[in-house]
Write a protein that binds this ligand. Structure first.
Ligand SMILES: Cc1ncc(C[n+]2csc(CCOP(=O)(O)OP(=O)(O)O)c2C)c(N)n1
Ligand code: SF4
Ligand SMILES: [Mg+2]
Length: 347
């Protein structure tokens, strides 16, 4: 007697897409590299939230981290730019088409070394996009030299010591007026998922510094960006729960225990304090907490700061919603009279 086996129903998100449609090409990074875990989290979050991949634009600079966009959201737009210059490319693209959801993936070298000036202006402008720094303390792609986020006293495999003070990208972003700042660890799946989802919902720039160990050049004893160091020194600030706008909030929580942040799209980020009194809406207190943690050799992870009220760069420029590429020629090409007038002014 023959029996037919019915395959289990395929899992789909609210757009009717499968997770496969959110993946990219097979990774060419080293096995165990933290960057691979970050790509996996991005795939999961965009799939679970049902973001239309055709409306996403991925940006990066140069580095192992900057290769990552090839490994997620294969159906989305993408631009792998020049070392440290991704913010300019992203700014141009998102000004030309404000309907796109931008996500940039960069490295600590790409952002804190060569790209620090571009990063500064991106933060100052509050360009609405997600900006993920895959922070391993070294230039992985060029064989593991120290980057500007390497801690004083950390050593390379060769025994070379770093004597220069590190840049803390989260503290700098806070100083420069960032509206969403978080730090996570590539090994913390649940925390990184919640942060990425909140960043997708955030209306403004989301800076996410992810400690993402380089297993080939910076995972040894003496490194402060290794899996072992993070296990010892990570101080998780909160328990995070993200409730998307399309789901009902069912769990009632007694007032005062949880900070409920309503995001622009109607979703909720619920932040429950863990061991210490920490308020992620108090910018100055966060800066002090980061200084204090650095002195104690602790790595604070969680949502460090969130501000949902500051206008974005696109709002300040008062740009129309229609992408430039869809505007008729009459709108994008000045008439001859306007050009003649401009020429006359220069005579
Ligand atoms: C203008 C320019 N300068 C230097 C380089 C060489 N270079 C390529 S990647 C890189 C650093 C990458 O480090 P990071 O951004 O931390 O990425 P990781 O490889 O560690 O993920 C450097 C210095 C380059 N490609 N272009
Ligand atoms: S060299 Fe380091 S950063 Fe680059 S892929 Fe390998 S483990 Fe990752
Ligand atoms: Mg790096």
């Amino acid at each position: 007697m023959s029996s037919t086996v019915t395959p289990p129903p395929r899992k789909m998100n609210r757009l009717g897409l499968e997770v496969l449609q959110y993946k990219g090409s097979k990774t060419t990074l080293c096995a165990g590299c933290g960057h691979n875990s970050v790509s996996e989290r991005i795939v999961e979050c965009f799939y679970e939230l049902g973001v239309n991949p055709y409306t996403v634009a991925k940006f990066s600079g140069i580095g192992c981290s900057s290769k990552s966009p090839a490994y997620f959201l294969g159906l989305s737009h993408g631009f792998n730019s020049v070392h440290g210059r991704m913010p300019s490319i992203a700014t141009g693209a998102l000004l030309a088409n404000a309907t796109l959801l931008g996500i940039g993936v960069t490295g600590d070298g790409d952002t804190a070394s060569i790209g620090i000036g571009q990063f500064m202006h991106l933060v100052r402008r509050n360009l609405p996009m997600i900006y993920v720094i895959e922070n391993n303390g070294v230039y992985g792609l060029t064989k593991g030299q120290f980057s500007a986020t390497a801690d004083v006293g950390s050593t390379l495999k060769t025994g070379v010591h770093n004597e220069l003070p590190p840049f803390d990208c989260c503290a700098l972003a806070l100083k420069w007026g960032a509206t969403f700042v978080a730090r996570s660890f590539s090994g913390d799946k649940r925390q990184l998922q919640a942060i990425l989802k909140a960043a997708i919902a955030h209306h403004g720039l989301s800076v996410i510094d992810v400690i993402s160990p380089c297993v080939t050049f910076n995972d040894h004893e003496g490194s402060t960006k290794s899996y072992a160091y993070m296990k010892e020194h990570e101080e998780v600030l909160q328990e995070l729960d993200f409730v998307p706008a399309f789901e009902d909030i069912t769990v009632e929580i007694p007032e005062g225990e949880v900070l409920d942040v309503q995001m622009h799209d109607g979703s909720h980020l619920r932040i429950r304090k863990l061991h210490r009194d920490f308020n992620p809406t108090d910018r100055l207190a966060t800066l002090a907490a980061l200084e204090d943690a650095e002195a104690k050799e602790e790595v604070l992870t969680g949502v460090l700061y969130v501000n949902t009220s500051k206008p974005t760069f696109l709002e300040l420029l008062n740009l129309g919603d229609a992408p430039i590429a869809t505007l008729p020629e009459s709108k994008v090409r000045p008439p001859k009279a306007a050009l003649d007038e401009a020429m006359d002014e220069l005579r």
